[in-house]
Design a protein. Structure first.
Length: 70
């Protein structure tokens, strides 16, 4: 079940071996597994989604750049 969260700092992901892409601050939905976290967001008419390693997601939460809503 997705969890609501908020990006309030710099959060980046990579598509393959490409450059880091920053996700703009704002609301997101997060679904986690043992190995990764899938982040989904809406930016105007565009819907974005990416999977990042669970360790990276946990670091973003620990640093406060992703804030989980309970």
């Amino acid at each position: 079940m997705p969890q609501e969260a908020q990006i309030i700092g710099k959060v980046e992901y990579r598509e393959g071996d490409g450059q880091a892409i920053e996700i703009r601050p704002g609301p997101i939905e997060v679904e986690t597994t043992l190995t990764d976290a899938t982040l989904s967001w809406v930016d105007g008419d565009t819907h974005g989604s990416t999977a990042i390693p669970i360790g990276d997601f946990q670091r973003y939460v620990a640093r406060g750049t992703i804030e989980l809503k309970h």
